[in-house]
Design a protein. Structure first.
Length: 304
């Protein structure tokens, strides 16, 4: 049996409770669509994340621009290619809500660079975090309009480089500081102005599980779904709401229902485990990967 053990029995993180299923071995066909988002194992460098994914038999990774920049885009591309991994998404672009022209132009140029990076990595989608309200600004509708306008300005650049701009709606608790697009319905209202191969959406269970009529919105999204990310909603929320995501199966989300809806909508891409959680980040990263692989084959893969 693979994975970390406690008293001879595999255990899950962060609680250390006995695992419910065996850790799938590298090459297990149930892992074919699993992707490790870099932030889930935040203690790992990019090199370590690549090696850890390969060792666990996880065939794809979701990358972040910061770690890629630290080692250089060319090196990152070479490492991923040499490891035989797919890049399921690149995070992040976006932050479109500034109200002054110099800041909007800087965001546009940064997003163009992000599109170039995604194209070089062979990544199908650039994840767009919309951005929150500018300091001292309470005009939520205006901020959402600026997101739509900024995406429209980026579409020609993304189309030329064959990178889909993937809007990530964020839970309403983040509307003030990170994401003024708060529902999948709102994200689709923006995306549907464009072709599906220009602007798509991210379905992230942590952000959309609460949304009324979510199954209908997922069906509406159809082939605009370019990334499916999973993490659980746990309570009580920590003091830092950014670190509120739990390990799959530790919280309140019905992953079976959401996964079936995403699959029925036609999504056939990778399933990316993305978790921001201080306790999980403090645990041995290899043990985190073993836990998420077990939870994935138990709670998500059967519904794809």
């Amino acid at each position: 049996m693979n994975g970390d053990r406690t008293g001879g029995v595999e255990s899950d993180v962060p609680s250390g409770s006995p695992a419910r299923v065996r850790t799938p071995a590298p090459g297990d066909p149930r892992l074919t669509r699993l992707s490790l988002n870099q932030r889930t194992t935040a203690s790992w460098s990019l090199r370590e994340a690549i090696d850890g994914a390969v060792a666990a038999g996880v065939p794809a990774v979701g990358l972040w621009r910061g770690p890629v920049a630290e080692i250089g885009l060319d090196t990152a591309c070479a490492w991923v290619a040499d490891a035989g991994l797919r890049v399921s998404s690149l995070c992040r672009g976006g932050f479109f809500t500034a109200s002054d022209e110099p800041s909007r132009q800087a965001a546009h140029e940064s997003n163009q660079a992000a599109i170039d990076e995604a194209a070089a990595l062979g990544c199908p989608a650039l994840v767009l975090v919309p951005g929150g309200l500018p300091a001292g600004n309470r005009d939520l509708a205006g901020a959402r309009n600026r997101v739509a306008d900024a995406i429209a300005d980026l579409v020609p650049y993304g189309r030329e480089r064959r990178v889909v701009l993937a809007i990530e709606p964020m839970h309403p608790i983040y509307a003030a500081d990170r994401g003024v697009v708060s529902s999948l319905a709102q994200a689709l209202d923006i995306a549907e102005v464009f072709a599906p191969d220009e602007v798509g959406v991210v379905v992230d269970t942590f952000h959309i599980w609460w949304e009324p009529g979510i199954e209908a919105q997922i069906a509406r999204a159809g082939r605009r779904i370019v990334s499916y990310q999973v993490g659980d909603w746990i309570t009580p929320l920590p003091a830092d709401a950014l670190l509120a995501r739990g390990m799959i199966g530790d919280g309140h989300i019905d992953f079976g229902a959401l996964t079936r809806a995403v699959s029925a909508a036609g999504y056939a891409g990778d399933v990316e485990v993305e978790i921001f959680n201080a306790d999980i980040w403090a645990a041995p990263a290899s043990r985190v990967v073993s836990t998420l692989a077990r939870r994935y084959v138990e709670l998500i893969q059967p519904h794809l």
